[in-house]
Design a protein around this ligand. Structure first.
Ligand code: FEO
Ligand code: CA
Ligand code: CA
Ligand code: CA
Length: 598
C-alpha cells in the first residue's frame, strides 16, 4: 500500500494545483459524480428538463438554479439514504434563456425565474461500494419552495406596521424567499437559510432606510416590478421589509410553512449557524455580507427539547422567537494595525484583541425591548443595520459564513474581501481587518469568554490571511508557508468529522479557479491549508458538506463570465459541448471506497 500524502487526519490527500480548467478537479485517487443539476425533476409529475421550452410549472417541480448552501440530513428508516436541502440563491437569465432580452423580459421568463429561486429538499441515495450519490425523484419528502411559496413571519416584529402590505394586512404572511445564500443546520433537525442580497429585487425607492440596504432608486435589472407591484417600493412600500431574514425550514414535514425569524434581525444574512449553550439554548451567528458591515449573534432564552413528537417539534420551531440580538465590536490591543507586506505578521504576537457583543434588542413572551437609543424594538429588528450603526459596531471586510467548531467551540468568522478598505474616506485597516484594499480576504478565530456560547465578550485573533503564500502579507495560523496552497476570497466553511475547517472560495483573485480547501485548526499541523478541488470556469464553490466517506459541494454559476450567454457559453460543464451550462451539486469520494483524507 502506498503511503498516504502527509497532512492532519482527514486532510491526507494530494493537494490539487491551481488551474483554469473547465472541470471539477479532485485529488489523485478521488472521483466525483453530479448528484443533481438545475432543472432535474424532483417532484411527482414534473417533466424532464427542456431548456428550450422551460415553463414556470415545470421549474416549480424541478431542482432550482444556482445551488448555494447544502445540508445533508439523516433519514432514519431508509438505509443508504439522506435528505439533501439546497438553497437556490439567484437566477442568471442570460445563461438560462436563449435570446434573452434583458431590457424586455417576458412574463414567462420572469415566472420561471421565480420558480427557480428558493429551496429544494430532495432525498439522495448513496451507492453501497463508492461514495457516489444519486437523487431519488418523486420521494414524498422532496419539496420545492420558491419566490411565491407561502411563508410565516414570526418573532417580535411579526404583525408590526412596518411589515403590513396591501396583500397582507396582518404583517405575518409573505410570499416567497429570495437570494438564499448560505445557511445552517439546527440541532433540532431543521435548516436555516440566509436571505442575502434581497435589495436587487426591489425597484424605485428613495427612502434612506432602503438606501442603507442598497435598494435602488430606479428599475431593477430583472424588471420583476413590471410583473408584480410588490417589487415596486413606490407602490408597495413595506414588501421589501419582509425580506432579509433568516428562514427556518422543516424538511421532515412536507406540509410545514417555512418561517422568517424577525428576532434574528434584517440584513444581508449570508448564513446562520447554531451552537447550544450548556443549558440547551440556541445561539445563532450570522454575518452581513457587505463591505464595512457587521456580524451578529442571537442568544435564545428558551431551551431546546429532545424528541420528535409534534409538540416537541412545535416548541423547537419557536426557539428563535425569543432572545437577545447582539452585534460585534472588536478592539485591537497591540500597536500594529496594518499588514503591509513588511513581514510583520500575526505570529509576532500582534493582530489579536478582545471584543464585545453589544445588545440591540430583546424579545420575550411579554414583548420586545430595544437597547438602542432612538429606535423602537420593531425598528431594530427591521432596520438592524441602522441599529448597528448607532451602537458603533465594527465595520468588517464583508462577513460571509461564521462557523462554531463542534470540537472546540472556537468560532471562525470568514471575511471574504474588501477592496474599498482604506480607499478615499473609507475606514482604514484596523487590527481585525488589517489590509487596505483587501483583495483576498481573511478568517478570524473567536473564543467566547470561558468558551460559553452566550458570553457577551470574546477574544479574537487572525487565523488565516489569504493570498499567495509567497506574499509576505499572508498568514496560515503560523504554519510554514512553503507547504500550503494559495487561497483567495474565502466564503463558506464547514467542519469535517475530525475538526478540520473546510473553506470554499468565491472570486479567486490569483488568476485560477475557485475551489475547496481543508485546513487543520488544532495540533501541530494547525494552519496547513490544502486544496481539495477546483470548479469549472466562472463558477463559485458553495455549500460544502464534509462527511467521512463523501464531500458535497454546490457548483454555483458555472459559465458566469462577462459577455457569456446561452449562445456564447463560457463553460460547457457539466454536460459537455452543445448543452446548456447547469449549476449542479457534486459528490466527491475516494475511489477505493475509503474515508476522505485518511
Ligand atoms: Fe451569496 Fe455572500 O455570498
Ligand atoms: Ca453566490
Ligand atoms: Ca456566499
Ligand atoms: Ca461570496
Amino acid at each position: 500500500k502506498p503511503t498516504p500524502p502527509k497532512g492532519a487526519r482527514g486532510l491526507r490527500y494530494s493537494s490539487v494545483a491551481p488551474n483554469t480548467l473547465d472541470a471539477v478537479v479532485t485529488p489523485d485517487g478521488y472521483g466525483y459524480n453530479v448528484v443533481i443539476r438545475w432543472g432535474e425533476p424532483i417532484l411527482r409529475g414534473a417533466p424532464a428538463f427542456d431548456p428550450e421550452n422551460q415553463t414556470a410549472a415545470a421549474q416549480a417541480g424541478q431542482f432550482g438554479y444556482n445551488n448555494d448552501f447544502l445540508a445533508l440530513l439523516p433519514l432514519p428508516g431508509e438505509t443508504g439514504r439522506q435528505l439533501l436541502v439546497a438553497n437556490h440563491e439567484y437566477t442568471d437569465e442570460i445563461l438560462m434563456f436563449r435570446g434573452y432580452d434583458a431590457a424586455n423580459p417576458t412574463r414567462q421568463q420572469v415566472e420561471v425565474a421565480w420558480a427557480a429561486h428558493g429551496l429544494s429538499a430532495v432525498v439522495v441515495e448513496g451507492e453501497r461500494r463508492s461514495g457516489r450519490l444519486v437523487a431519488v425523484p418523486r420521494h414524498p419528502l422532496n419539496r420545492r419552495v420558491t419566490a411565491t411559496s407561502e411563508f410565516r413571519l414570526t418573532g417580535p416584529a411579526a404583525g408590526s406596521d412596518l411589515l403590513k402590505t396591501s396583500a397582507d394586512p396582518t404583517g405575518t404572511k409573505v410570499l416567497g424567499t429570495l437570494n438564499n445564500c448560505s445557511g445552517g443546520t439546527t440541532p433540532w433537525g431543521t435548516t436555516l437559510h440566509g436571505e442575502e442580497n434581497f435589495n436587487q429585487y426591489f425597484a424605485n425607492s428613495s427612502r434612506t432606510t432602503d438606501k442603507r440596504y442598497g435598494i435602488g432608486t430606479g428599475a431593477t435589472e430583472r424588471k420583476w416590478e413590471r410583473f408584480d407591484k410588490r417589487f415596486d417600493v413606490a407602490q408597495e412600500p413595506n414588501e421589501v421589509h419582509r425580506f432579509g431574514y433568516v428562514v427556518e425550514f422543516d424538511p421532515y414535514d412536507p406540509d410545514s410553512v417555512p418561517r422568517k425569524h424577525t428576532a434574528l434581525g434584517r440584513f444581508k444574512h449570508e448564513a446562520a449557524t447554531v451552537r447550544l449553550t450548556d443549558d440547551g439554548r440556541p445561539v445563532v451567528y450570522s454575518g452581513d455580507d457587505e463591505r464595512f458591515d457587521y456580524f451578529y449573534k442571537f442568544v435564545g432564552s428558551k431551551r431546546m427539547r429532545k424528541g420528535h413528537g409534534r409538540a416537541v417539534r412545535e416548541h423547537n420551531l419557536s426557539l428563535l422567537d425569543e432572545g437577545t440580538l447582539y452585534v460585534a465590536r472588536l478592539t485591537g490591543d497591540s500597536p500594529a494595525i496594518e499588514i503591509d507586506g513588511s513581514g510583520k505578521l500575526p505570529g509576532d504576537g500582534e493582530f489579536d484583541g478582545s471584543g464585545e457583543w453589544i445588545p440591540l434588542a430583546t424579545a420575550s413572551a411579554e414583548g420586545a425591548v430595544s437597547h438602542v437609543d432612538g429606535m423602537s424594538a420593531d425598528e431594530v429588528f427591521v432596520f438592524t443595520r441602522l441599529a448597528g450603526d448607532k451602537v458603533g459596531a465594527t465595520k468588517m471586510d464583508r462577513p460571509e459564513d461564521i462557523q462554531p467548531s463542534p470540537h472546540t467551540g472556537k468560532v471562525y468568522v470568514v471575511l471574504t474581501n474588501n477592496t474599498n478598505r482604506g480607499v478615499g474616506t473609507n475606514a482604514k485597516a484596523d487590527e481585525a481587518n488589517p489590509r487596505n484594499a483587501n483583495k483576498h480576504g481573511h478568517v478570524l478565530e473567536l473564543t467566547e469568554r470561558r468558551n460559553r456560547a452566550e458570553s457577551t465578550s470574546f477574544a479574537w485573533s487572525l487565523f488565516l490571511v489569504a493570498g499567495d503564500p509567497d506574499n509576505p502579507a499572508t498568514y496560515f495560523a503560523g504554519f510554514p508557508k512553503d507547504d500550503v496552497s494559495p487561497i483567495s476570497c474565502p466564503d463558506n466553511v464547514a467542519f469535517d468529522p475530525y475538526g478540520n475547517l473546510w473553506i470554499s472560495t468565491d472570486g479567486n483573485q490569483l488568476g485560477s479557479h475557485d475551489g475547496l480547501f481543508g485546513v487543520a485548526t488544532k495540533g501541530e499541523r494547525r494552519g496547513e491549508l490544502k486544496q481539495f478541488l477546483t470548479v469549472p470556469t466562472g463558477a463559485e464553490t458553495c455549500g460544502p458538506v464534509i462527511q467521512e466517506r463523501r464531500v458535497l459541494v454546490a457548483v454555483q454559476h458555472p459559465g458566469e463570465i462577462d459577455g457569456a450567454s446561452v449562445e456564447k457559453p463560457a463553460s460547457t460543464w457539466p454536460d459537455g459541448p452543445g448543452r446548456i451550462t447547469r449549476p449542479a451539486v457534486v459528490a466527491v469520494w475516494k475511489k477505493d471506497g475509503g474515508d476522505i483524507g485518511v
